[in-house]
Design a protein around this ligand. Sequence first.
Ligand SMILES: Cc1ncc(COP(=O)(O)O)c(C=O)c1O
Length: 400
Amino acid sequence: MLKEESTIEFGHSMRSQFLLDHDYIPLNHGSYGTIPKVVREALRKYQDRIEANPDKFIRRDLELELFKARETVAKFINVETNEIVFVPNTTTGINAILKSLKYEKGDKLLYFSTIYNSIKKLLNFISDTYDGKVELIKIEVTYPISDDDLIDKFVKVIKEEKQKPNTKIKLAIIDSISSNPGILVPFHRLIPILKQNDILSIVDGAHAIGQIPLDIKEIEPDFFVTNCHKWLYTPRGSAILYVPYKNQKNIHPTVTSPFLYQGFISEFSWIGTQDFSSYLSIHAALEFRQKIGGEEKIQNYCKKLAIEGGNLIASILGTEIIGPESIIQNMVNIRLPIPSSHKEFTDKKFLDLMFNKYNFAVAIFEHNEYWYIRASAQIYTDLNDFEKVGHIVKEICDSF
Ligand SMILES: Cc1ncc(COP(=O)(O)O)c(C=O)c1O
């Protein structure tokens, strides 16, 4: 049971609301998320309801239930209910967009070097499919870099590419919050630049909803995809694909629907039989967030903890975090005192120790010639977790 909102404190006591193992130190919410117990209850309730009479639920109730879930989340991110559909995850959503668009000779697709790996592979696939027609343009980013410098780089590349003959920059993929490193990207400022240059903006918002306030109407991207199963506390396999009315005609699910050409909402509402309960559990996730104090309280707690916790780990390791604080939200990136050139250290060895010996979780990656960890703050973590992980990671680093 939850206490009165005003008496709810975040940190270790919040673990009782989740299902995490007692001894596990979970500083990697960013990768797969996890759900509160009340959301699991809601999920199972929907599953039981469907099982009690699958035919009736699917043939009679599902459409309205999906509509209500879309309506609720649409209000939350300020879009119209019929501008969003559910997809299982961001990968699926971005695949639908990129594989639906048509490409012509000379088309260029822009992306940052920090793009999520599977989305980069998708760009490779598009470029291979349209062999000789489509060119991928990478904008190299190495952190630390200020937002202004990043934007200058972006503008410079657009200018240079536009000057070349017989080419058109068709689209750009930009992160809301990149994965490795986990950094808040100034996507609000990049979208207008794309608009001015007649370039489609596709926002990979995998980490956005629940981590940062979202007002999609205000930023007006051409496409936006966000995972509810990361930071919003819905069960895994629930994401939102936003496509404004003007762009809907040409966007289809990657798996062809029996409702092909019957409209964006219809097509995405059925791409074969599946369990829809994760999507419908969104009400429970939003109610839980409201009950524990709301978005601002959650977001402020996580940001403050990420900064303090990241600095604490860095001080234990004798290194630094990637700053400034303005680019940190719930995830913080801490340099390990180990260069990428180290002969013995590998991410596989680190993960083996992490799972088999120490029982904690962070993300690990290479950036700018060093190994880094990415630690996620969540309402069920506190400074003590970061301190423990700092000492464990030091022990691991010292062993190499
Ligand atoms: C920036 C970014 N994009 C896309 C994804 C893919 O998300 P999913 O596996 O839910 O499709 C992730 C996952 O961590 C991500 O961090």
